[in-house]
Design a protein around this ligand. Structure first.
Ligand code: ADE
Length: 232
């Protein structure tokens, strides 16, 4: 039997999913509220992790230890690093990696956590394909790309930083939790996928775009998740 952990960093990334679920219990830990129940008939635990890598990693470990989730989906918004991904479009993870980890002085690649044995974390291919099919179904006008999520504890809003991240990490979108969710899932052997709708272009216009588009983008991602959980 599957039990799917669904993580959003912010309330607006999980509010719609919570309103659509049948809640059987709520547990509190590490400042997070874990909503247990069913969504579209699937057993789920939905949680707002808070923003950033540490919150995301703690959240994954609690989902693993206290709820024994069998799958993890990270839903939310991101800044686009791919010219094909416009505001509102969807990026589904093939891989995730950190853009703010640097042990290159010791011969590691940019983004590689020393002594871990991998620089990037592969998402579950089946979950990624399910996400793509659900996106075509529920967000038919949107462009969905399966690609690379890059994460760091920074909101990217500078064209020069964006350019460096693209050339150094070849990411398709930038956000602040995905690689930590991926890292935690990898260490706990839990299949995961990250789904991000584009809220801004991660450049000098991001500060203006983000507040305008974050809610609609977050709901594009959540709509996709609500559909895909049925098939897991
Ligand atoms: N989440 C949404 N947009 C982002 C950006 N530009 N940088 C980091 N995280 C984001």
């Amino acid at each position: 039997m599957s039990r799917i952990g669904i993580i959003g960093a912010m309330e607006l990334e999980v509010d719609k999913l919570k309103s659509e679920m049948d809640i059987s219990g709520i547990a509190n830990k590490a400042g997070m509220e874990f909503f247990q129940g069913t969504l579209q008939g699937a057993e789920v635990v939905i949680v707002r992790s808070g923003i950033g890598k540490v919150n995301a990693a703690l959240c994954v470990q609690i989902l693993a230890d206290d709820f024994q989730v069998t799958h993890i989906i990270n839903t939310g918004v991101a800044g686009s690093l791919n010219a094909k991904l416009d505001i509102g479009d969807i990026l589904i993870s093939k891989t995730a990696l950190y853009h703010d980890v640097d042990a290159t002085i010791f011969g590691y690649l940019p983004g590689e956590v020393p002594q871990l044995g991998t620089r990037e974390f592969p998402a579950d291919e089946r979950l990624a394909q399910l996400a793509k099919s659900s996106c075509e179904k529920v967000n038919p006008g949107l462009h969905a790309v399966i690609g690379r999520v890059i994460s760091g504890d920074q909101f990217i809003s500078d064209g020069a930083v964006k350019k460096r991240l693209i050339s150094e990490f070849h990411g398709d979108c930038a956000e602040m939790e995905g690689a930590a969710v991926a890292h935690g899932s990898y260490l706990n052997h839990i299949p995961f996928v990250i789904i991000r709708a584009i809220s801004d272009k991660a450049d000098n216009s991001a500060q203006v775009e983000y507040p305008v588009f974050e809610k609609a983008a977050a709901h594009h991602s959540a709509r996709l998740v609500a559909d895909m959980v049925r098939s897991i």
